[in-house]
Each structure stands twice: as C-alpha cells, then as structure tokens.
Ligand binder design. Structure first.
Ligand code: COA
Length: 162
C-alpha cells in the first residue's frame, strides 16, 4: 500500500467523517465540524491517504489558538483500525508538532476520555503529560479533570512542550 501524508483539502471532509465513525472511543462530530477543519484549518490539519484508491485512512485535525498563539490544539486524531501500530499516529503528531513549532507554538494541548486507554498510552508515549490543577484528581498516575465537558464528562488534559 502506498500512503501519503498531506494537508487536508475541502473535499476531504466526507472521507474524514466516514473514518471517524470507525474510530472506537473517539467522539464523533457532525459533518459540519470536519468541514470547518478542511476549509479553515488546512495548514494544521492532515490526512493519511492511500494514493491508489484515494481513500482516507487517517487524520489529525488541529489548530493554533487565536487567544494564545504559543498554544496549539489537536481536536481529533484517528487511524483506520487496519493501519494502527505502524507508526502513522506518531508521524501525524510529529508533523503537526513541527508545523506549529515553525509558527511559534511552544506547546500542544488536547483532551481525551479517561477510559480511552489506547489513546492515553499513545499520548504518554508521545511525550504528553496530564495537566494537574486544583480542579483535577489523581487516579492511576493520571490527573482527571472532573466534569470538564459538563456533568459526569470527566476528561484528561494532555500537554506537550515543543
Ligand atoms: C491512538 C492512535 C491514533 C495511535 O495511532 P497508531 O498509528 O496506532 O500509533 P503508532 O503506531 O504511531 O504508535 C506510536 C507509539 O505509541 C504506542 N502505542 C500505540 N498504540 C498503543 C496501544 N494501544 N498501547 C500502548 N502503546 C501504544 C506504540 O507502541 C508506539 O510506541 P513506539 O514508538 O515506542 O513503538 C490510534 O490507535 C487510533 O486511531 N485510535 C482510535 C481513535 C482515538 O482514540 N484517537 C485518540 C483520541 S482523539
């Protein structure tokens, strides 16, 4: 299989939406959200594409904060289940980190669900640390932000320095 990692283009949004449906614990979004990223965050959003059939097999949707230009944020990251464990997730994180670093960012932030053990292990491997504050409680070595996204919607905030 020949794979290409490239910046998103507007027409990618449906391929991203289809793959997101297949992404396990990850939150799925209305298609309009994918459309926003493929139209307004092209420089910091990427897809992994099969160059033969042009199927999208992975994506990272991210942006640089408008409020703090030194902070970047990864909204969603997903690899096709058949492609996992081949270094593509790391390749997307590295490419995003290089891209935002060149634009002056000093850190990457993201949030994940405390029960998404696969993504937690992955982000720890990628050098992210769980954010600790007076609003977090510690559990199994991780800092959990209670009710971060509303009642009973606990999250882990991960931060990586660039
Ligand atoms: C999380 C995810 C993006 C990882 O992508 P991937 O391409 O499989 O990861 P990679 O092959 O690049 O692995 C990079 C490192 O993470 C480690 N890793 C990956 N998956 C892991 C797992 N399930 N458990 C432990 N470590 C894992 C790898 O061992 C590798 O470490 P190494 O470089 O020391 O060998 C992928 O599993 C996925 O799409 N999951 C579903 C969607 C999701 O939960 N996304 C995150 C929330 S937004």
């Amino acid at each position: 299989m020949d794979l290409d990692i490239r910046n998103v283009v507007p027409d990618d949004f449906m391929g991203i939406a289809r793959l997101a449906e297949n992404c396990g614990h990850m939150s799925t979004m209305p298609n309009a959200v994918y459309h926003l990223f493929t139209r307004h965050f092209k420089k910091t959003s990427f897809v992994v594409e099969d160059t033969v059939n042009h199927k999208i097999l992975g994506f990272l949707l991210g942006f640089i904060s408008q409020d703090d230009p030194e902070e970047s944020y990864i909204h969603l990251l997903c690899l096709d289940p058949d492609l996992r464990g081949n270094g593509m997730g790391k390749a997307l994180i590295d490419l995003f980190g290089e891209t935002v670093s060149q634009r002056g960012c000093k850190k990457i932030k993201l949030v994940t669900k405390p029960h998404n053990k696969i993504s937690i292990n992955f982000y720890l491997k990628m050098g992210f640390k769980s954010y600790k504050s007076h609003e977090t409680v510690e559990s199994e070595g991780l800092n959990i932000y209670k009710d971060f996204d509303g009642p009973d919607q606990d999250k882990i905030i991960f931060i990586k320095s660039l």
